[in-house]
Design a protein around this ligand. Sequence first.
Ligand SMILES: Cc1cc2nc3c(=O)[nH]c(=O)nc-3n(C[C@H](O)[C@H](O)[C@H](O)COP(=O)(O)OP(=O)(O)OC[C@H]3O[C@@H](n4cnc5c(N)ncnc54)[C@H](O)[C@@H]3O)c2cc1C
Length: 531
Amino acid sequence: MKIGTHIVKVLIVGAGPTGLTLAACLEKFGISPDIVDFKNCPNNQSKALAINPVAQAQLGIIFGKNNVGKNSNIVTKLKVIFNTDKRLTTIDLKHLGWPCNSMLVQSQYDTEKDLIELAKNNSVNVRWGTRVVEVIEHDDAIQVVFEGPDNQTIKQQYDYVIGCEGKQSLVREAIGATMTPLPYSMYLALADFKLDIDLSEDSAYYFVYEDTFFVFVPLGKSIWRIVVKHNGDPKRGEYINLVTDPVMEKFGRNIFCGECLWFSQAPLYVSYANKLQSKRLFIAGDSAHLFSPISGTGMNTGIVDAVNLAWKIAFTIKGNACGNTLIQSYQEERIPAIKENAMATDRLTKLISRQEEHTDQFMPKMSNRAYIRNLFPLSVSGFGFSYPSNPVLFGKTDDPSIGRMDSKLTKLLMSSSEFIPDLSLYISVLHFLDQDLNKTALPCPKQTRLKGVRDVVVQWINNDEVADSSCMQVQQSPNIINIALLKKDWQELRQLGDLQVLRPDGIVVFRGPIEEHGEVVINLSEYLNLQ
Ligand SMILES: Cc1cc2nc3c(=O)[nH]c(=O)nc-3n(C[C@H](O)[C@H](O)[C@H](O)COP(=O)(O)OP(=O)(O)OC[C@H]3O[C@@H](n4cnc5c(N)ncnc54)[C@H](O)[C@@H]3O)c2cc1C
C-alpha cells in the first residue's frame, strides 16, 4: 500500500494455516502482503483436523459463511468412554447456543486448500520454494534475506514482517523471544484409517483405560483419525503398529480396513513465547505457541492470532490508529489468551492420562453437570476466551460481555457479511433502533465521524414475503448501513440493548444506551486516528 511516496511492504514467512489466514485477512483489509514458504507446493499432511467454532466465527465474519471447512465432516459431540464400552459422559457442543456449535473436521491440507483459495480470491499468491534465511530489524526497516528456488540469494526491505513459520522460527529469534516447553513423558502415535466399527460419525470419542487412552475423530466416509498414547519419546520411522496393536488388543479384534492413509508421531508438550512482537516484527501460530495435538487447539489458536493481528496492522498502515497503541495490543491480548489455551490443554492432557484429580471432573455425577454441559464445551470451542480490559479502547468496565464475542451479534455479522462485503474492515457501531418505542438512533455526527468506524443501524421489518432471509440490507451509504431484520430475529437481538461497538474480529468493545454514543466516539477517537 502506498503512503505518500512510500510503498508499505508486509512480509509473511510461512504458508501454513496461520500465514495463509493472515495473508487472506490482510488482503481483505486492503493490504497486499508478500507470503513465502520454503516448501515447493502446498502441504499434503493430514495433521490438524478440527476447525473450532471461534475460528469458524471469526473467518465467517470477515469472509462470509462456509468459506472454510468445505470438505469437512461435522462433529457435534465428544463422548468419553471407559474400558471400550462404559460410557462416562457425552459433551454436546449445541449447549453452547452459538451460531457455530460444531467442529468442522477435515485434514489440514484441505483447510490449507480452503485458505489458499480465500487468499487467491483476495489476490494473494504464495511464493513457494522461497526460504527466509535472515531477518534483521533496523530502526526504520527490516532487512530480509531469501534463498529462491534456484538457490539465488535476494535481499529485500520490509516495513512489517510476521513469522508464521512454525516451530523453528527465525523471526522469533530476531525479536528475542524464548519458549519454555512443559514436557510430558508421553508421546502420541497418530494414523488415519478406514474403520469397521459401529460409531457415530457426528461424535469424537475419547477411550480411557487404566494404562492408556485413544482418541477417535471421524473425518467422514468411514475414515477416522486414531490417536494412541505411549510413554517415553517418539521412535524414528513409520511404526503403524504403534496405533493398530494397542487398539486391536483393547477392542479384542481388528477394526482397521485397508491401508493406513497417514501416520505420524508427536511428542506431548505445551509451550508459548514470552513475547510476540518487537517494533515491527511479529510472531503468530506455532512460532508463538506449541500445544499437544490432544486438545485440537494448535491450528485454531494460530488462526485467531492471525485475525487479531491482521486488522491491527491494516488499521495502523491505513492511518486509522494512533501511533503504535493499537498494534501493541496484539501481544497484550494474545499472550493471556494463549496462556489460557495452554492451561486448558494441560488439564485435558492430564485428564485423559488419568491423573485422578482431573478425571474426577468428568465422572457423570450431579455435581459435575454444569462443568460437563457448559464450561468444558466453552473451553473446547475456543469461545471461552476474553481479552483483558483495555482502558483506552474498552473504557473502565466490569461488564463481563466486553472483550468477548457475542453469539447473537456474531450471527448477525456472519449473515450481513454476505451482502455487505466490506463490513469487516470497520469498527462497527451498531444501533438497535426500536421502531415500536419511536426512538431515533443518533447518527454519527459528521465532525466526529472516524476513519475506520462505521455506523450500522439495525431495525426490524415485518414482512412475511421475505421469510427466507434472516436479515437484509435496506440501504447503504459510505458510513451508514441500514440492516432490516425480520421480527423474529429482532426480538432476540433487541435484548442486547441499544448500542454495540464491535471490532473487525467480532469482539464487543462497548455495550450501552444510545445516549452514551457521544462518549463512545470520544473513546474511539483517542484510540484511533480521528480524521
Ligand atoms: C502430527 C501432528 C498432528 C497435529 N494434530 C493437530 C490437531 O488435531 N489439531 C490442531 O489444532 N493442531 C494439530 N497439530 C498442530 C498443527 O498442525 C499446527 O498447530 C499448525 O500446523 C500450525 O500452523 P502454522 O501455520 O502456525 O505453522 P506450520 O503449519 O508449521 O506452517 C509453517 C510453514 O512455514 C514454512 N517455513 C518454515 N520456515 C520457513 C522459512 N525459514 N522460510 C520460509 N518458509 C518457512 C513451512 O514450510 C510451513 O509451511 C498437529 C501437528 C502435528 C505435527
